[in-house]
Ligand binder design. Structure first.
Ligand code: NAP
Ligand code: G4F
Length: 373
């Protein structure tokens, strides 16, 4: 039975990858950080599975990386752990470098120190942010990098140290240069999930307005569940190599927002320009509760708080190499389907969160009135 070690197993991609690898018959080991709360939402359903194991570790702690690699003796390592939020990297640049740059080196060295360099294949979660202030559209494996945030600069080190260990020590380590990929499990501060949650809350009367930054930013958005399969395909290839994984389709933040609100039953019209641009509700679906009167209201506004000191605004990937060499299908889940899946999931989540909150509220009231003891 093959053993896989996943760093970042509690994240969006780590959780889908763990499910995928268990399905392929792997014994899956994940690295988790010790935290004061013990609930890990994205992998809660896997805990207790006979082929799913967790190990405490931190990307900033060499010893824990060496100990984990020694204990697991993995055939494959998927290095997904990272401080993955670009905007946060401007506030925490040193920490981001420690985890996203030096952390990669720690994994590679742990494999060497444990004498596993011939047995163990390593996948590095590289990113389209490397193209940054883009020098070519669309971007492929030969496009020059121009990182444009502390996050991207840290990831550039990760990318190159992987190539260095491949060439210097003959290790099987590969970079997946993944373009943005989203899902129902996407962190709530990334723009897509922030939008789908807000659309669900606004349509159910629990939020007034959504504030966003650059609405014109362009991204190549795919579905995370499809992308984790490609991580695995990259390690099954007959030699280590670097691959762009993308859909080849591009949309703006504004497009995403328009479609997400549409799926939540709200039609938006965009008025104004730049920081004064607003999304105004011009129609609602008849399924929306009649008490929620949104027509004519401004539901989306721009806030400079979400502008970045340097922003990457034109990402579009060319996945031809992955299509030809790995058999990757970039059209598995369309942009329209992705938005629909995310909104549907958040509509259900918001409804159930509020139903649960109402039960808690009622219970508090009944306790106060002595109706229940
Ligand atoms: P995510 O949801 O933010 O997950 C990040 C994971 O890294 C979490 O499990 C987190 O653990 C863990 N982590 C963070 N700091 C750590 C540390 N110091 N030690 C150990 N673990 C740590 O990210 P994602 O979207 O799944 O992305 C996975 C990887 O792909 C990341 O490296 C990201 O930079 C890269 N990437 C993502 C995309 C994308 O569009 N999603 C595109 C290209 C590349 P906690 O749960 O404890 O915080
Ligand atoms: O959703 P985002 O925060 O993702 P970003 O910066 O592209 O980074 C994600 O994808 C990368 C792959 O290219 C990964 F490497 C990285 O780990 C992460 O998963 O922002 C997307 C765009 C940006 O241009 C941002 O300026 O949306 C713009 N945006 C506009 N308003 C916003 C907002 N972003 C966020 N997070 N929040 C806003 O309110």
């Amino acid at each position: 039975m093959k053993r896989a070690l996943i760093t970042g197993v509690t994240g969006q991609d780590g959780s889908y990858l763990a499910e995928f690898l268990i399905g392929k018959g792997y014994d899956v080991h994940g690295v988790i950080r010790r935290s004061s709360v013990d609930y890990r939402e994205r992998i809660a359903h896997l805990e207790g599975h006979e082929h799913f194991h967790l190990h405490y570790g931190d990307m900033s702690d060499t010893l824990s990386m060496v100990q984990t690699v020694r204990a697991v003796q993995p055939h494959e390592i998927y290095n997904l752990a990272a401080q993955s939020h670009v905007q946060v990297s401007f506030d925490a640049p040193e920490y981001t470098a420690n985890v996203d740059a030096t952390g990669v080196l720690r994994i590679l060295e742990a494999v060497r120190q444990c004498g596993l360099e011939k047995q163990c294949r390593i996948y590095q979660a590289s990113t389209s942010e490397l193209y940054g202030r883009v020098e070519q559209v669309p971007q492929n494996e030969n496009t020059p990098f121009h990182p444009y945030s502390p996050y991207a600069v840290a990831k550039l080190y990760g990318y190159w140290i992987v190539k260095e260990y491949r060439e210097a020590y003959g290790m099987f380590c590969s970079n997946g240069i993944l373009f943005n990929h989203e899902s129902e499990r996407r962190g709530e501060t990334f723009v897509t999930r922030k939008i789908t949650l807000a659309a669900a809350r606004i349509s159910q009367g629990h939020q007034e307005k959504l504030y966003l930054g650059n609405l014109s930013s362009l991204r190549d958005w795919g579905y995370a569940k499809d992308y984790v399969e490609c991580m695995w395909l990259i390690l099954q290839y007959n030699e280590p190599d670097d691959f762009v994984i993308a859909t080849g389709q591009q949309h703006s933040v504004r497009d995403f927002c328009q479609l997400a609100f549409h799926h939540a039953g709200i039609e938006l019209e965009w008025r104004g320009q730049g920081p004064d641009e607003k999304g105004v509700c011009i129609a609602v679906n008849s399924s929306l509760p009649s008490a929620i009167n949104l027509i004519g209201k401004t539901l989306v506004e721009v806030s400079p708080d979400f502008y970045r000191p340097t922003d990457v605004v034109n990402l579009l990937g060319d996945p031809t190499k992955a299509q030809q060499l790995l058999g990757w299908n970039p059209e598995k889940t369309s942009f329209e389907k992705l938005v629909e899946l995310m909104v549907e999931s958040d509509m259900a989540k918001v409804a159930s969160d509020h139903a649960a909150a109402k039960v808690r509220c009622n219970l508090a009231e009944y306790l106060e009135k002595g109706i229940v003891k």
